[in-house]
Design a protein around this ligand. Structure first.
Ligand code: SF4
Length: 898
């Protein structure tokens, strides 16, 4: 046995060490002793209210959950009198419940405790009578089984931060209830499932076959550990199956990012899998109609038409949009197919539409395209600057962790035009006019310099570009910046002081920074703040961290599904990079960079692009200026689409290939803080649907090519041979270790969670300050289009909504709303709940008005989760001048008669 560290303690004569701050309950369980603790959950603060964990410590009987372990303490658990006391406490609790609480097949924690103590159903002598609340699709409350332990209330407040639940009543009548009164469905509940997962009695359950199942149990059914396929947080989920069907998806207690938490999407939104609308057979367009065909026919047709396209226009007449939803291995194979089989670099992925400015900006400022620090470190920051992000809705587990950190004392500056969830808890909420970020960041930088809040040694030793930036910042005093952004000068000063005076600040940002005409300048100007304060690549702070949108948008780019770089970000124009790939693939790699997604559509409209393969993206719903996207697809002679459903894009395709979902495939994802994590199939794909990995290999075979890489594990191994930053990664390693961040060049060493501790990855090893002037957005309001539209995500849905709309989440959020301020509602005579038409210079959409103060006057907001409402017909083709990322966040619109 190695030397003991931490607090030395003795439990029933066994010596052990527990960490500082551990409770006696932790110590007892570490000693292998089972102890009931009905009001306790490791994820929560202790309550000490149920008295079922009584032990004797140094002669005193105490509740183990609320008693800290102290050095040298001697703890007894096994004496008859203690067993008796605990049994009395459990019996007292059980006696108030109806007998059905303790039926022999009850999976609840309480029933398990009673069985272990020999307490039978006859001990439950209470009566039913308080009734149920079954108003919610995912949460059912059985009030008669509530023991008022408060675990659900603490889960909702301490972990989720929603504060939707409370305990009402007195004494034995105390029961959990939605805090605002009314039904559960009417409450603020965001269906994270935390209350369901912690409830020890079955009072709060998930309806259906998973009823009563929680992450703390070991059910008889099969479990598969995998990574969530919705957002870029990368929660580890435990998928429970019975007879080949999913009965529950539970948050993994030891998930490295989620720590036993999840959100409504990962936790509950898996009903899409068995939707009758799911595609189960390939479809081929004949006589204008999509008809079911066999795989051989679909693949042979696609291969034939690809050859025709290449024959007519050369390899560059074909392009592929790979998928940020698909695995790394799928993406690796798609780009390999395009480069090695067809001979073109025409491959891109939807990071083009969201975080391509992050890749360009972070690379230019620091050297690599990912966030600079791990999220665990970000959660150690004493000041968070959250910019252009609404993690409470779009990245709920990160949002909950950030909120939790703020509630525990971290300072918070939110910069966002809307009153997003975190803004309610901010010390300073900056509300810049959409499109003015660069001026805002320069204003903050000006104040940092003016007030001496910069790290001069860091700037001297580790940065470049200071003189140019200082000269530029002369033009950005707070008063001028206030005029450009609409943010009061005193708020700018307060925010800059909070960030600049913090000991360990961190920047977290989202698409509100990138999806602009000058998105890359926005990222770089934001990065300036961290460089000025020496808060990146040092122990002075936790850098600059983008919240990636889709589950694998980081990985799709890492794998080289981009037109200008190969796996690992080596440029296709670099002969040494190409040569390394050619050595592995055995074929020449084209040297001319390929088309970006918007250029693919433009080329299709002009007839230069003759075939487009869209892998798992609904470009007709999510890409801007939909009318021009549909024109492009209609003009393209061959459109092939891998999909789960007959999406708007699939409807226009010539060949539709039914694809497996994230719950049905094997591989890896990379989350927003660069962690590789395993994805494992919990169930088989429906009907004849296949994984994207198999589809790419089969299409290559139909074209007479062998892509190698018989399995996803082999594909990742091959990728590591091309890209040194991934050389230390493998499926076996991830199976052993769980999450591993990149860069990870060595299988024997950990990946780098925190970057640039010695030098930046730029050619000169320094961080590069950027002196880009503020330039106005592509559109501004005018008399004809007086409102500014911002688009974004809402909590119950994801992106085009293809998965979340095919399941219970539709009951939680059934339509696309247009959020507008009461002043504007009054000005334009709009009533809450009324259908409205919204028009821009590019198109028209129909939405339902929702009046409230989250949006500022003169601005409106909507999501893009419902393709039929046509939101992206409104958005323009203005795009980031560096990366072509669309300007989703600024569109001038007007309200019109529906
Ligand atoms: Fe976690 Fe995001 Fe999945 Fe929600 S959608 S469970 S936050 S990974």
């Amino acid at each position: 046995m190695g030397p003991m560290t931490g607090i030395g303690i003795e439990v029933d004569g066994i010596g052990l060490a527990v960490p500082d701050g551990a409770s006696l309950l932790t110590a007892v369980r570490a000693a292998g002793t089972e102890l009931p603790a009905l009001c306790s959950d490791d994820r929560l603060s202790p309550a000490g209210s149920c008295r079922t964990c009584l032990v004797r410590a140094d002669g005193r009987v105490v509740a183990a959950c609320v008693t800290p372990a102290s050095p040298g303490a001697r703890v007894e658990t096994a004496t008859d009198d203690l067993a008796c006391l605990r049994r009395d406490a459990v019996e007292l609790i059980a006696s108030a419940l109806p007998p059905r609480a303790l039926t022999v097949d009850s999976p609840s924690e309480l029933a398990h405790v009673c069985r272990s103590m020999g307490i039978g159903p006859e001990a439950a002598r209470g009566a039913d009578g308080r009734g149920e609340d079954d108003s919610h699709p995912y949460v059912r409350l059985d009030r008669d089984l509530c023991i008022a332990c408060g675990r659900c209330v603490r889960m909702c407040s301490e972990v989720q931060g929603t504060f939707a639940l409370t305990l009402v009543g007195r004494g034995g009548d105390t029961v959990v209830a939605p805090g605002a009164g009314g039904t559960w469905a009417e409450s603020d509940c965001v269906a994270c499932g935390g209350c369901v997962d912690t409830c020890p009695t079955g009072a709060i359950t998930q309806p259906g076959p998973a009823r009563g199942l929680t992450s703390g149990m070991r059910p008889a059914a099969a479990r598969t550990l995998t990574t969530c396929g919705y957002c870029g947080v990368g929660c580890t989920l435990d998928v429970v199956t019975r007879e080949g069907e999913i009965t529950a998806v539970l948050p993994a207690r030891d998930g490295p990012v989620n720590h036993g938490h999840a959100c409504v999407k990962g936790r509950f939104a898996h009903g899409f899998r068995t939707s009758p609308e799911r595609l189960t057979r390939p479809l081929l367009r004949r006589g204008g109609v999509l008809e079911p065909v066999g795989w051989d026919e679909a693949l042979a047709h696609t291969a034939r038409e690809l050859r025709v396209a290449v024959g007519a226009g050369g390899p560059d007449a074909v392009a592929a949009i790979s998928s940020a939803r698909a695995t790394n291995e799928d993406n690796y194979l798609v780009q390999k197919f395009m480069r090695a089989v067809l001979g073109t670099n025409n491959v891109d992925n939807c990071s083009r539409l969201c975080h391509s400015p992050s890749a360009a900006g972070l690379t230019a400022s620091f050297g690599l395209s990912g966030g600079t620090d791990s999220f665990d470190d970000v959660q150690r920051a004493d000041c968070l600057l959250v910019v252009g992000a609404n993690p409470v809705e779009a990245h709920p587990v990160v949002g909950a962790r950030l909120l939790n950190h703020v509630l525990h004392g971290a300072a918070l500056v939110v910069a966002d035009p809307r009153a997003v969830g975190l803004a309610l808890h901010a010390d300073v909420h900056l509300r810049p006019r959409p499109g003015t970020n660069v001026a805002l960041f320069h204003g903050l930088a000006h104040i940092l310099l003016a007030e001496g809040l910069v790290d001069e040694e860091f700037l001297r030793e580790r940065a470049t570009g200071l003189p140019e930036l200082v000269a530029l910042l002369d033009d950005y005093p707070p008063e001028r910046v206030a005029g450009i952004t609409g943010v009061p000068a005193e708020d700018l000063v307060a925010a800059a002081r909070l960030y600049g005076r913090a000991e360990r600040p961190a920047v977290v940002y989202g698409l509100g920074v990138t999806e602009h005409l000058h998105g890359t300048d926005g990222v770089r100007s934001l990065a300036n703040l961290a460089i000025l304060c020496g808060a990146v690549g040092s122990d002075r702070g936790y850098g600059v961290n983008p919240l990636r949108g889709q589950n694998n948008v980081q990985g799709a780019s890492d794998m080289g599904a981009l037109p200008d770089v190969l796996p690992g970000y080596g440029k296709v124009t670099d002969p040494a990079v190409r040569s390394r790939a050619e050595d592995v693939w055995g074929v020449p790699v084209p040297e001319r960079p390929g088309l970006r997604i918007p250029d693919m559509f433009a080329a299709a409209r002009t007839g230069d692009l003759r075939a487009l393969w869209v892998v798992g993206e609904d470009v007709c719903a999510t890409d801007p200026d939909t009318n021009r996207v549909t024109q492009a697809l209609d003009a393209c002679p061959l459109v092939v689409c891998n999909e789960l459903f007959l999406s708007e894009t699939a409807r226009r395709a010539d060949v539709v290939l039914p694809a497996a979902s994230w719950l049905e495939k094997d591989g890896t994802f990379v989350n927003f803080d660069r962690r590789f994590q395993r994805v494992r199939p919990a169930v088989p794909p429906p009907g004849e649907a296949r994984t994207d990995f198999d589809i790419v290999r089969a299409l290559a075979a139909a074209m007479g090519a062998d892509l190698g890489c018989a399995t996803p594990a082999e594909a990742l191994a091959e990728c590591g041979r091309l890209a040194p930053v991934f050389a230390g990664l493998s499926h076996d390693r991830l199976d052993r270790e769980g999450a591993v961040p990149w860069p990870c060049p060595d299988p024997g060493r950990p990946g780098e969670a925190k970057l640039y501790t010695r030098r930046f990855a730029t050619p000169d090893g320094r961080a590069h300050l950027a002196a880009a002037p503020y330039l106005p957005p592509g559109e501004e309001p005018d008399d004809a289009y007086p409102l500014l539209l911002v688009t974004g995500r809402r909590w119950a849905h994801y992106n085009s909504g293809s998965m979340t709309r095919h399941g219970g989440n539709l009951a939680l959020d059934p339509v696309d709303f247009l959020d507008l301020h009461p002043d504007d509602a009054h000005r334009y005579g709009v009533r809450d709940g009324e259908r409205v038409a919204v028009e821009s210079r590019h198109g028209r959409a129909r939405l339902v008005a929702r009046i409230g103060e989250r949006t500022a006057p003169g601005q409106v907001f909507c999501s893009f989760h419902f393709p039929t409402s046509g939101v992206n017909r409104l958005t323009s083709d203005h795009a980031d001048t560096v990366t072509s990322c669309p300007e989703y966040k600024v569109t001038a619109v007007r309200l019109a008669v529906p």
